[in-house]
Design a protein. Structure first.
Length: 479
């Protein structure tokens, strides 16, 4: 999130200032301008909080180099001057880009926090420990800023929401909620479990889908390179001597000639659909349709579907506190599934009919069409007994066990299939290459004479033809 600070003048001449956060500088500037129009303000300045590099020294001590975020250079200079430091330089960082921390870094922070909270360690001390031990620069700076904001008494939910681009929307919401609740350790444990399951599922899905696709693309590229550049060198050598090619060698050479003659067309046919697909799924509509049909894919779709239900149930279990407060848990749980279609069905179907018609959770979720019969049965049983919270946890644990087992089997099956595909391709290349070993030149007297003369520019005498057809002279001497 980008932080902006502005100063403005009221109609009566009073100068006021304020700050806000936005996803980008342009978005924040538009918010400030709308605020100015609504309150009849005249904007004097807008400053973006950015990183400054500094070198300072106090007395005979060793000079200190570092970075500090501020709205302008003067803020950093004044802060060090008050502490008695001599300023060597303070300048803005040329490239002020901070990448998002990896999933493992965030998971480590949440898990360690949960363990230390169980040991009754104050959250402020936990943050100090993690700030000193965290290796990821972005996460370290984020935790520093969170610690400072919490010490000022800022609302925890607002603080963590401001850094949702670092933690992710759902994780930031859960951490902010935990800081305000009385069961902070439990919410941190549930968040850690959620992050673990998501990381594990993405890793397994990558092994089942992404890695095989990359392997096949690399194999396709290697075969293409062989057919277009390596194989023709051998085949054309036979043609130069007028040797007739075997069927597979001839067909492969024709395919190579076609590929070499139409490189742009081939590139468009191969890469055009891939680029178009990835551009489309980057749009909101594309993400929705991708997630929708992902649930309907054979084999893997069933696992993706049940994993989404598992995540939904696990998050709902953490947030649900009673039937009077079921809308927010439903909304947050739907967002946590990371499936746009699943989320849309909950928000557009389940929640509206619950608020407008007053029906129960089971009927509302059944109306979405994204829950299995088993899930609906367990949720209905929990709703009837008044123990829906535990029913959700049981359902989440059941689907976790099932999906983990099935996904491992799928990964093993995919690896076997990929190995077989590679074996078949390599066998085909070997057969085509080995076919050239069967090629044998014709006897010298039957060679095609067009190789040795140009009919339009050369004239041959009777003696030349007699010499060429003599069998007692070696072929290379005739040439």
């Amino acid at each position: 999130m980008t932080e902006l600070r502005f100063s403005a003048v009221k109609a009566n001449g009073q100068i006021i200032s304020g700050s806000l956060s936005a996803n980008s500088y342009s978005e924040g500037k538009k918010k400030i301008q709308r605020l100015a129009v609504q309150n009849t303000l005249s904007i004097k300045s807008i400053e973006k909080r950015r990183t400054f590099l500094y070198k300072v020294q106090r007395g005979a001590e060793k000079a200190i180099f570092g970075e500090q975020k501020a709205f302008n250079r003067q803020e950093v200079t004044d802060a060090f001057t008050k502490l008695g430091y001599k300023i060597h330089y303070v300048r803005g960082k040329l490239i002020d880009y901070q990448g998002k921390p990896g999933m493992q870094d965030i998971l480590m922070y949440v898990k360690i926090s949960a363990e230390l909270l169980d040991q009754k360690l104050p959250y402020g001390e936990i943050l100090n420990l993690l700030i000193n031990d965290t290796s990821n620069k972005t996460l370290k700076e984020t935790l520093k800023e969170i610690n400072q904001e919490l010490k000022k008494g800022t609302d925890p939910e607002q603080v963590f929401t401001r850094y949702q681009n670092v933690f992710g929307k759902f994780t930031a919401f859960m951490l902010g909620l935990a800081a305000k609740s009385g069961n902070m350790g439990e919410i941190y444990r549930a968040t850690a479990k959620f992050l673990e399951r998501r990381a594990e599922f993405k890793k397994n899905l990558k092994s089942a889908l992404v890695t095989p696709i990359i392997t096949l693309l690399v194999l396709f590229g290697a075969v293409l390179f062989y057919v277009m550049y390596i194989f023709p060198e051998t085949a054309n050598m036979f043609l130069r001597f007028g040797i007739e090619l075997p069927p597979m060698t001839k067909g492969t050479l024709q395919a190579s000639d076609f590929l070499m003659a139409h490189p742009i067309l081939i590139s468009l046919l191969v890469f055009g659909p891939l680029i178009g697909f990835f551009v489309f799924i980057s749009t909101e509509r594309g993400k929705y349709l991708k997630d929708k049909y992902m649930l309907r894919m054979p084999v893997i779709g069933n696992i993706v579907h049940k994993t989404a239900i598992e995540v939904f149930c696990r998050v709902f279990y953490t947030l649900y506190s009673g039937s009077a407060e079921s809308i927010t848990p439903l909304r947050i749980s739907a967002e946590a599934t990371d499936n746009k279609y699943f989320e849309d069905r909950i928000k557009r179907v389940a929640i509206p009919i619950m608020t407008k018609q007053g029906i129960g959770i089971t009927d509302a979720l059944e109306a979405t069409g994204v829950f299995t019969d088993t899930a609906i049965s367990r949720i209905h049983s929990g709703e009837e007994t008044g123990n829906i919270k535990n029913s959700m946890l049981q359902l989440a644990n059941y689907y976790e066990s099932e999906t983990v087992y099935k996904l491992k089997n799928i990964i093993e099956l995919v690896q076997v299939i990929i190995a077989m595909v590679i074996m078949l391709v390599m066998t085909a290349l070997t057969v085509v290459s080995a076919e050239t070993a069967t090629v044998s030149p014709k006897p010298p007297g039957t060679q095609n004479k067009e190789i040795f003369l140009d009919k339009q520019n050369a004239q041959w005498s009777i003696q030349d033809w007699k010499l060429l057809t003599r069998s007692d002279i070696p072929f290379y001497e005739k040439v």
